[in-house]
Write a protein that binds this ligand. Structure first.
Ligand code: XMP
Length: 388
């Protein structure tokens, strides 16, 4: 499925973006531009959504007739997924020919499935760019490299832009400013990589059907920024008519690992929203390490895939502790584990005390600069799921 919206790709600039799981992470604001709508292109809206992903950082030109065909069967088993894959592979080959396609690959399910489809169709004509903004979870960049470069033999450009992002974010405590910095820096890094590539004609995106449905008919101010004008790509959006559950079935059929296909929602600004206030490297490390412990223990306890979303937060406040007989002033790790259907509301997962105790013990002994752990019992509403 290829839409001809060429993307002068006005971008979000103020939107950052991660599209991991579910429509959940895209529930926030949609920044929609009507730049090319009505008069010139009556059938096209240019849309970007704030809570989308690193792999969807660009406004999508969504055709008003972007309607999932009524005849399209729900893809709920491997056979249907294989049929879809064959059809898309043929269509991508036809559209792309011997051209080159660029894709921002975050490692989230949508961009990963799109990457795997394109690799199957056109192999190394696809150039995947994985930007590590330094706010990813422990092991994520490594997994993207392992799956796509090593296992799928993809043409993958890995950019470690950690210093660049963290330097820009230094001292910035306002959540919106942080998001804007991450969003616009992401676009800059991606555009720089795009310019280094020769002969790119297409930009692939992991747009899924809820993105189209959620943005339908909405208009907002245009000109929120985008890829430089000279990067004038045609969009390739092979999963744009799929719902999230179908994307996962297709991902499974393409052989992607379960922890990529069934990943929990993860915000585009990544751990940046969980290292509240001005991000410091030590506190960010405390978020990353405590999150890794939480995920490891949830997996060991069989809760992976059963609890909708779980993570840790480290706010910029300290509390007193005692280590080696000396008073310390350490960070506080907060555990959050919620159940939800669509992220508009959330209930608290009752974690067994024994498991909580084990997690707390590991965090206070293994994570540097932490001596206290708290468990957030606040449902949504009134509290939001993320702290920022
Ligand atoms: P809140 O905190 O608003 O979050 O209750 C609802 C869901 O959205 C996810 N979330 C985001 N996802 N970019 C995203 O892609 C973001 O900036 C963002 N902020 C929140 C959050 O993890 C939860 O699942």
């Amino acid at each position: 499925m290829v839409s001809e919206g060429k993307s002068t790709a006005e971008k979000l600039g103020n939107s950052v973006v991660s599209d991991e799981n579910s429509t959940a992470e895209k529930l926030g604001t949609s920044v929609v531009s009507d730049e090319n709508s009505t008069a010139e292109n009556p059938d096209t809206l240019v849309i970007s959504d704030e809570k989308s992903t690193a792999e969807k950082p660009f406004k999508r030109r969504i055709k008003m007739d972007n309607k999932r065909p009524d005849s399209m069967e729900r893809i709920n088993d491997t056979a249907k997924a294989m049929k879809f894959i064959d059809e898309q592979v043929a269509e991508i080959k036809k559209t792309v020919g011997d051209g080159k396609v660029l894709l921002a690959l975050s490692g989230g399910v949508d961009s990963s499935v799109v990457a795997a489809l394109l690799i199957k169709a056109i192999g190394k004509q696809l150039v995947c760019v994985h930007v590590n903004h330094g706010l990813l979870r422990k092991g994520e960049p490594e997994q993207v490299i392992d799956v796509f470069r090593r296992q799928l033999d993809a043409n993958l450009v890995y950019v470690d832009a950690t210093d660049r992002f963290l330097n820009k974010l230094a001292g910035v405590s306002d959540p919106e400013k942080k998001r804007k910095i991450i969003g616009s820096e992401f676009i800059d890094v991606f555009a720089e990589e795009a310019k280094k590539q020769e002969g790119i004609k297409f930009l692939a995106q992991g747009t899924i059907y809820p993105d189209i449905l959620e943005s339908d008919g909405v208009k907002a101010h245009h000109n929120v920024g985008g890829l430089p004008e000279e990067l004038d790509f045609e969009l390739v959006e092979p999963v744009k008519f799929l719902y999230k559950d179908e994307v996962r079935v297709v991902g499974k059929a393409l052989g992607l690992p379960d922890n990529m296909v069934y990943r929990q929602p993860f915000p585009g600004p990544g751990l940046g929203v969980r290292c509240t206030g001005a991000i410091t490297r030590d506190r960010l490390e405390a978020v990353r390490e405590s999150d890794a412990i939480l995920r490891e223990e949830f997996a060991a306890a069989g809760l992976e895939g059963k609890v909708w979303q779980y993570f840790t937060v480290v706010p910029p406040i300290t509390s007193t502790g005692i280590k080696d007989g000396k008073r310390t002033d350490d960070w506080i790790v907060v555990i959050r584990a919620v159940n939800s259907v669509d992220a508009t509301s959330a209930t608290i997962e009752p974690i067994p005390y024994e498991l909580l105790g084990k997690i707390v013990n590991r965090i206070i002994t293994e994570v540097k600069g932490v001596s206290r752990v708290a468990y957030d019992l606040s449902p949504k509403p009134v509290a939001t799921i993320e702290w920022e």
